[in-house]
Ligand binder design. Structure first.
Ligand code: XMP
Length: 512
């Protein structure tokens, strides 16, 4: 959809996504491509520069990912980082060797007067992470940096505009890393910093109109979460008369959630929001079910049935929109193939085929923080775009054991007190996700002179960047004490609070 910018060839390094983040932060569009893609795939995005990224592989290994030959003869500027630098050396007449000791961590980089390090001082810290190294540069190249342990830490061929660095400029520990990338993008590759959410928004709207043509009409399962809310705001802005969001109230939402969604989209944005009353249907189908996977399956099935019913009542629908983000796309285009860890949490999975609709994924180029920024740009409130993630099956996977209305009401109240407290104390934004879990047990307590026999609630708060791994949030004891007594005082039926100190792995974020 977007042309220009930088093509980053991914060879499996843990840092590759970070390169993309840094470049976009500098205002330049970039896309990750599988390192072993074909040259036409690179040309498809019409890049203004190419970055060959790092890799856990050796350039001379049997199964090492290799880029298309054309990257070594293109007239575009090329920057090789770590394995990328070794690829350039290996393929154009230099030498790469293993067997030297691995170098991992900070190193002082001595730079020479050069094109690549113009304006960057020598003797600054750079981050190293490599086993192999370039021991001879190809002809036409000059060595432009070294460290005590590494004679060739960077090389350049200014005529061909081809550069290689053994260290990682994308990592914060390389103190001049952003300066180096900036210099490469703007001075060497002469790219323009035109990537921001205003630009994206204009491009995305045009893309949506083109996809829908003159007569297309699009629907969206709006959950009130960040991604679907931003898709809704974008579609509404692009094709207000040909977009219908559908919100399924499954009765397992947070307290006040439905009202907030309706206020935002129906009143503030004046969208033709359809709310599906699903509470009775979901709760009756879930009655007596304890097994978490069964709960998820039931919720997924009922969701699809109700969503389909609502969608069928709208004439002329051609497209279904979804809030797929770039990290999901990267996971599935990696040269190693779709990752086993990819989540299949999209509740509408399978729907486009079933309903014979085309899929529209207008956020598939964006990282989460860019989605948030786009949301703000499109007029969503800060509160809406900075919300914690919430699972599709909602409170069903936070009420352990069978679900009853009473337990749902109880958990909604507890969660409200917990989240309100975090907001009041300005802790909400420090935490990636926070929620409460209602346990299926009772314990003995005392209140006043009376013995009680009431429920136990677990509080969970985690820090994370993408939900794939997470650590428990180190909540200060005074906050734990305050929120615990607030819950017990305000919510009848709860006498004991515990705090979950499991990380992921081995735990998951949700309890079911
Ligand atoms: P776990 O529990 O797998 O959760 O560590 C990782 C993230 O995914 C959310 N999650 C779900 N989201 N449907 C969803 O839409 C689900 O079935 C589901 N299960 C977990 C969870 O809240 C966390 O953000």
């Amino acid at each position: 959809m977007i042309k220009g910018g930088v093509a980053i060839l991914d060879f499996g390094s843990q840092y590759t996504q970070l390169i993309a983040r840094r470049i976009r932060e500098l205002g330049v569009y970039c896309e990750l491509l599988p390192g072993n893609c074909s040259w036409p795939e690179v040309e498809r995005i019409a890049p203004g520069a190419i970055i060959l990224a790092g890799s856990p592989y050796s350039v001379y290994g049997d199964n090492s990912p290799m880029p298309p030959e054309e990257v070594f003869s293109t007239s575009l500027p090329v920057l090789g980082i770590c394995y990328g630098m070794q690829l350039i050396a290996y393929h154009t007449g230099g030498k790469v060797e293993g067997g030297h000791h691995r170098e991992y961590g900070p190193a002082l980089l001595k730079t020479e007067e050069s094109h690549l390090f113009k304006g960057i001082e020598s003797d600054q810290q750079a981050w190293m992470s490599h086993g192999d190294r370039v021991t001879e540069v190809p002809s036409g190249y000059t060595v432009v940096a070294s460290t005590d342990l590494l004679p060739i830490a960077a090389m350049e061929n200014t005529e061909l505009r081809r550069y290689g660095v053994q260290f990682h400029p994308e990592v914060n520990h390389t103190v001049f890393g952003s300066d180096l990338l900036e210099h490469f993008l703007f001075d060497i590759a002469c790219l323009k910093a035109n990537w921001d959410m205003k630009y994206f928004s204009a491009q995305a709207k045009q893309f949506i109109r083109e996809e829908l043509g003159e007569t297309g009409k699009v629907i969206l399962g709006l959950s009130g979460g960040v991604d679907s809310s931003v898709v809704a705001a974008l579609l509404h802005s692009a094709v207000p008369d040909r977009f219908v969001p559908i919100f399924v109230d499954n009765g397992l939402l947070r307290e006040g959630e439905r009202e907030e969604v309706e206020r935002t989209f129906r009143e503030h944005f004046a969208m033709d929001l359809i709310t599906v009353e699903g509470e009775d249907r979901f709760l009756s189908e879930l009655a007596g079910v304890s097994d978490p996977e069964k709960k998820r399956k039931i919720i997924g099935r009922v969701f699809i049935e109700l969503f389909e019913e609502a969608a069928n009542s709208i004439p002329g629908v051609t497209h279904l929109a979804q809030g797929t983000l770039y990290p999901d796309v990267i996971e599935s285009v990696s040269f190693k193939g779709p990752s086993a860890t990819i989540k299949s949490h999209h509740n509408v999975g399978g729907l486009p085929d079933r309903m014979n609709l085309s899929l529209l994924e207008p956020l598939r180029e964006l990282f989460k923080d860019e989605v948030r920024e786009l949301g703000r740009e499109l007029g969503l409130s800060n509160r809406m775009v900075s919300r914690h993630p919430f699972p599709g099956p909602g409170l069903a996977v936070r009420i352990l054991g069978p679900i009853t209305r009473e337990d749902r009401d109880l958990l909604q109240k507890v969660d409200r007190v917990f989240i309100d407290y975090l907001r009041e104390e300005n802790l909400y934004d420090e935490i990636w996700q926070a929620f409460s879990v209602l346990l299926p047990i009772r314990t003995v307590g005392v209140m006043g002179d009376e013995r009680t026999y009431d429920r136990v609630v677990a509080l969970r708060a985690v820090t994370s960047t993408d939900g794939m791994t997470a650590d428990w949030y180190r909540m200060a004891p005074r906050h734990m004490a305050a929120v615990s007594s607030r819950i017990v005082n305000r919510v009848n039926g709860v006498s004991r609070i515990v705090y979950d100190i499991s990380s992921k792995p081995p735990g998951t974020i949700e309890w079911e």
